[in-house]
Each structure stands twice: as C-alpha cells, then as structure tokens.
Design a protein around this ligand. Structure first.
Ligand code: GAF
Length: 384
C-alpha cells in the first residue's frame, strides 16, 4: 500500500494532472450480527486499519475513468449509463463496476465525472469488505469533488444501492455503513431498519485480549447463488409468518411451529437468535466484560454453521483449533462459504492459538492461513 502522497504523484504521472485529493475507506470485521442486516436486524461491525485509497480529480465531461494499482485494465465509462450489470462487462473490467456503479447512482444526487486512481491493502476474497471500501472511498471522493453534501447514513444506503442495482449483488447495508460510520476504538451498533446507530467502546487490548482475524484462504464471493438464496428464504419465511421482516419475529417458538419447512425453520432460528446475541454482546461490552464475548462468538458460529448453513470447512477447523488451544471464542464472519474467521483470545495465548490453527491446516494439506490483529479503526475520511 502506497501513502497518499505517492499515490497522488502516481496519479499525476498517469493522468497528466494532479489529483484534487485522496480519500480512504476501510474494510470491516463484523464482531457479531451475521445475516441480520437484510432482515432489518442488528449488526456490530468495526473498521479495520486496512482499506482502499482513491486519488481523484473532478471531470466535467460526464465521464468516469478508473484505474487501479491492483487491476491491469483501466475502465472509462459514461456516468449516465444504466446498470453496469445489464451492460454485461467482461471479467477483466468487472472490478470497475463498483466505482462506476457508485458514480451512476450518485449522479442522481448531483455528482458527475472523475478520474480515479485506486489502491487497496485489503486482501480480496477474505470477506473483509473490500468491495464496500471501494464503493465508499469513491462515494466520498465524488461528493467532495462535486460539492454534494449527503449525510453518511444516507451515503451508506446509496453505496449499498449501487452494489445491489449496478453490480447485481443483493447485499445488505452492513458493510457500507461500517466503512462510513465506524470510529476508532469502537464497534458500531447499527439498526438496519431505522438506520440508527451508536458507537460502542471496544478495545480488547485494554482487557489483555487480542482479536485475531484469520484469513482462511478459501476465497469468498458474494456473487455466488447461496447468499441470494438465503435472502430469498428469509423473505419467504417472513411472508409465511405475516411479518415485514424476520426482525419482527418476537415469539420464536410460535414462529417455528407455524413453518412446515425445516430449512426455513433453521433460517428463522438463526436470524432471531443472532439479533439477541448482538444485543447481549453490546450489553457485555458496555459492562466492560469483553472476555465474556467468547461465548457469544461461539454460539454465533454454531448457529451459522448448523442453522444458517453458511460456514465452510476451513472456518470450522480454524475455530475448533483455536478453542482447543485455549481461545475464548471464535466465529466465521461475513457472508460465508469462504473468507475469514475471528478469534478472541488472551493476548498471551495468541501465539499458541495461531500455531494451533496453522498446524490444523497443515494436517489437512491446506495452504497456511494468514493472521491479522484487529484494532477498531477510523471510518472513511479524506487524507489530503
Ligand atoms: C456480506 C454482505 F455484504 C452483508 O450485507 C451481510 O449480509 C453479510 O454478508 C452477512 O452478515 O458481507
């Protein structure tokens, strides 16, 4: 990852003019509250120090030109086009659907063209929300360049809309909201129905704990059909139960009795209990009982594995190995079927936990996982 000044110099070399500024948006880790966002529920993500930087200059010719230090093919497109997903771009241009999609959605709110040079230090496919970081860095840049003021909760919804309508991925609100609204040293408790949020202090190191992010190296992709299928199952269950969203299920036992399909029953069981786990986790954090979070993480993982059926072998093995090595808890994060897990451990056990996970992977002949110590960091901002 290059610093903002080097990125700006590179921009000048590529585009023949200096950028108007450099913006940055982070990836996220979701502490708890998985597959709840599109059920109008609760989530508790925090921002990573890793993210996407965008050097950008305004253009007034209605064109967006995007280049990335991580992609070979530059893309130039009109900002007033229809959905990128309908245009059916070839695979080597697919990465640019995110910034171009954002430009097309924000155009309705008064932004215009731009030249962008993008740089990312977020691993792709690790389930740490690199797509949302790219969308949010682009959105902030476009708003600033064109003097358009949109408050951050609204901007998060527009970035989500870009991913839904332009890229064709039916994600919920969490990742964009996390990237735009998180603050240093805190997790973001977000109610995805109302959009209301609160900042919850989360500093594991102060309690002698470490939160490890383990990239299982099984690549995660939301575009796969399973994510959309889970969403559809939830919508079907809500409709059968006569509620707007699974968020509204208050009598879990009664709801389960009403659903004949065991698959839908499992999905409802997960979503309803996961919302309760978010609330309980916020309560523990506010009480300063960070070590007790382990039990919540474990319960969430089991629910995602057995009820929601979105875990994957590398995630289960990492969580099991971590627990056997004495970690407090762990769970898969993100959409599932690949990506990362988080593990909460006493700081003085972190090395043992890392080694245990690595050995468990070696035993299977799997590639080594990679580790990152997660510190809740600043949300999207302008760098220069
Ligand atoms: C992905 C999606 F993008 C989010 O909206 C959320 O649904 C998450 O999976 C699961 O909690 O990150």
């Amino acid at each position: 990852m290059t610093g903002p000044h080097v990125l700006a110099e590179e921009f000048t070399a590529v585009f023949g003019r200096a950028p108007d500024g450099v913006w940055r948006a982070p990836g996220r880790v979701n502490l708890i509250g998985e597959h709840t966002d599109y059920n109008d529920g609760l989530v508790l993500p925090f921002a990573l120090p890793l993210g996407v930087s965008v050097a950008a200059a305004r253009r007034d010719d209605g064109v967006i030109e995007v280049r990335s230090r991580q992609a070979a093919t530059p893309v130039t497109a009109p900002v007033d086009g229809g959905p990128v997903v309908v245009e059916g771009w070839p695979a080597d241009r697919a990465w640019a659907a995110y910034p171009v999609g954002v430009a097309r959605v924000l155009r309705e709110h008064g932004t215009g063209g731009a030249s962008l040079l993008i740089d990312s230090d977020l691993p792709q496919g690790a389930g740490l929300s690199s797509s949302a970081a790219l969308e949010c860095a682009t959105a902030l840049a476009l708003c600033d360049l064109h003097g358009v003021e949109i408050d951050r909760p609204a901007l998060a919804r527009l970035a989500q809309r870009a991913e839904n309508e332009q890229v064709g991925v039916p994600c919920g609100l969490m990742d964009q909201a996390a990237s735009l609204l998180c603050t240093e040293g805190r997790a973001l408790m977000l109610d995805c129905r109302t959009g209301l949020s609160s900042q919850v202090p989360f500093a594991p190191a102060e309690s002698g704990l470490t939160l490890l992010v383990v990239d299982t190296r099984a690549a995660h992709a939301l575009a796969g059909g399973e994510y959309a299928r889970r969403r559809a199952e939830c919508e079907r269950a809500a409709s059968l139960l006569g509620v707007d969203a699974l968020r509204d299920v208050t009598d879990l036992a009664g709801a389960l009795q009403k659903l004949p399909d065991p698959v839908l029953r499992r999905r409802v069981q997960h979503v309803v209990t996961e919302n309760h786990r978010v609330e309980a986790t916020v309560g523990l954090l506010r009480a300063g009982a960070v070590a007790e979070l382990g039990a919540m993480l474990n319960a969430s993982h089991l629910s995602l594995r057995d009820q929601y059926e979105v875990s994957w072998p590398e995630a289960d093995r990492a969580v099991n190995a971590a627990l056997r090595a004495g970690a407090r808890g762990g769970r898969m994060i993100g959409g599932g079927f690949g990506g990362s897990v988080i593990v909460l451990t006493a700081a003085d056990r972190a090395d043992r936990v890392r080694d245990a996970i690595t050995t468990a992977y070696e035993d299977q002949g799997w590639p080594h996982p990679s580790f990152l110590e997660a510190t809740p960091s600043q949300g999207a901002h302008r760098l220069t």
